[in-house]
Write a protein that binds this ligand. Structure first.
Ligand code: AHG
Ligand code: MN
Ligand code: MN
Length: 347
C-alpha cells in the first residue's frame, strides 16, 4: 500500500483532549467536556463570522455594554452561542462575560467550573475582515456544589486558572489552549468540521523584534513607556498592531515580540480587562515561556476586586518584557528622587 496516497489527517482536538485526560487517573472528564463545548460553540461562531457579510450581521447592535462600549451584532451573537453551549454542557455553574453586567447562572448548580470570557475580541475589526477572536478562562468554584456560583467564585486570581485559551478567527481558525501543562494549538479544517493539532507544545522565543502598541496614544503614556518605545525604534524593531488583542498576541506568541497596552492619562488602568483578557493570555504566555505584567506586578497574581476591572498589560517574550519593566523601574526611581528633593526643599 502506498501511504503517500492517503496521509493521516492528524490528531483531532477531541482525541487530544481525551488522551490528556488519561494522564490524570482521577479525572472525571468534566473539564474535557467543557473544552469540547467551547470548541463546538467556536465552530458555530466561526460559521457566523464567515457568513457575516451575507447574513447582514455586521455592524453595530445599537446598545452599549457595561463598559460603555458600542456592542456589535456579532458580540451579542457570540455571547449567546458560548453561554448556550456551556449551559447545555452542564459542567459550568457560572459564567462571567465582557458583554454582561452581572454574573450569569447556568442553572447547573452541581457544575464545578466557572468560565470567564470575552466572546468576541477585536469586534471593531469585524466589518473590515480583520482577524478577531474569543478568549476564555476556566476556574474551579470555591463554594460548595449544589447551589449557584457566587461573585467570590468568579473573582479569583489568574494563578487559580485551570485552563485558558483563545480561538482566533483569522486566515484560518485556530484554537490555542493550556491546562497548565504547556500550550497546544489546533487548526480548524472546515470541510471536516474538526480542529486538528497543528502547533504542539508552543514555546515563545525569549526575544523577538516585534513591538505592538497603539502609538497613536503615545502622548498620554508615561515617560517609562515612551522611553521603551524609543528603545524599540532605536533597535529597528518592527511595529505591528492589528487592534485585535488575540491576533496581536497570537502573532507575537509564535514569532517573539511584546504587546503593550499601558495606562494612559485618561485611563490609568489601561483598557484591557483583567478577568476576560489579561489573566487568560498571561497564563498562556507563561506556559509558553514568556511573561505578563502590569508594569509592577505579575498579572497572574493580581487579586481582582471587580468583574470588569481593567489593568495595564505588558506581555510577550520574557527578555523583552524584562527590558520594558527596567524602563518603568527607572522612571519610578527618578520620580522618587524628584519627590524626595521636593520634600527636602519644602522643609
Ligand atoms: P473588545 O473588542 O473585546 O472590546 O477588545 C478590544 C481591545 C483589544 O482587542 C485591542 O487590542 C484593543 O481593544 C484595541 O484598543 P485601541 O483601539 O485603543 O488600540
Ligand atoms: Mn477584547
Ligand atoms: Mn469583546
Amino acid at each position: 500500500m502506498n501511504d503517500k496516497l492517503a496521509l493521516p489527517v492528524g490528531t483531532t482536538l477531541d482525541r487530544f483532549i481525551m488522551r490528556k485526560q488519561e494522564d490524570f487517573p482521577y479525572a472525571t472528564g468534566e473539564l474535557s467536556q467543557l473544552l469540547r463545548d467551547i470548541a463546538l460553540a467556536s465552530k458555530i461562531v466561526n460559521r457566523e463570522i464567515n457568513r457575516a457579510g451575507l447574513l447582514g450581521i455586521t455592524g453595530a447592535y445599537g446598545q452599549q455594554n457595561v463598559q460603555g462600549e458600542e456592542q456589535q451584532k456579532l458580540d451579542v451573537i457570540a455571547n449567546i452561542r458560548f453561554i448556550r453551549a456551556l449551559r447545555n454542557g452542564g459542567e459550568v455553574c457560572t459564567i462571567i462575560s465582557e458583554e454582561e453586567d452581572e454574573i450569569i447562572q447556568t442553572g447547573n448548580t452541581r457544575g464545578k467550573y466557572i468560565v470567564a470570557m470575552d466572546p468576541l475580541d477585536g469586534s471593531s475589526n469585524i466589518d473590515v475582515n480583520v482577524s478577531i477572536g474569543t478568549i476564555f478562562s476556566v476556574y474551579r468554584r470555591t463554594s460548595e456544589a449544589g447551589s449557584d456560583g457566587t461573585e467570590k467564585d468568579c473573582l479569583q486570581s489568574g494563578t487559580k486558572q485551570i485552563a485558558a485559551g483563545y480561538i482566533i478567527y483569522g486566515s484560518s481558525t485556530m484554537m490555542v489552549y493550556t491546562t497548565g501543562n504547556g500550550v497546544n494549538g489546533f487548526t480548524y479544517e472546515p470541510s471536516l468540521g474538526e480542529f486538528f493539532l497543528s502547533h504542539p507544545d508552543i514555546t515563545t522565543p525569549k526575544a523577538g523584534t516585534i513591538y505592538s502598541c497603539n502609538e497613536g496614544h503615545v502622548n498620554s503614556f508615561s515617560e517609562g513607556i515612551r522611553k521603551y518605545l524609543r528603545y524599540c525604534q532605536d533597535n529597528n524593531y518592527s511595529a505591528r498592531y492589528i487592534g485585535s488583542l488575540v491576533a496581536d498576541f497570537h502573532r507575537n506568541l509564535l514569532k517573539g515580540g511584546i504587546y503593550i497596552y499601558p495606562s494612559t492619562t485618561k485611563s490609568p488602568n489601561g483598557k484591557l480587562r483583567l478577568m476576560y483578557e489579561c489573566n487568560t493570555l498571561a497564563f498562556i504566555i507563561e506556559q509558553a515561556g514568556g511573561k505578563a505584567t502590569d508594569g509592577c506586578n505579575r498579572i497572574m497574581e493580581m487579586e481582582p476586586a471587580e468583574l470588569h476591572q481593567r489593568c495595564p498589560l505588558i506581555i510577550g517574550s520574557s527578555e523583552m518584557v524584562d527590558k520594558a519593566v527596567e524602563f518603568l523601574r527607572e522612571e519610578a526611581a527618578a520620580e522618587r528622587t524628584v519627590g524626595a528633593a521636593t520634600k527636602e526643599m519644602l522643609r
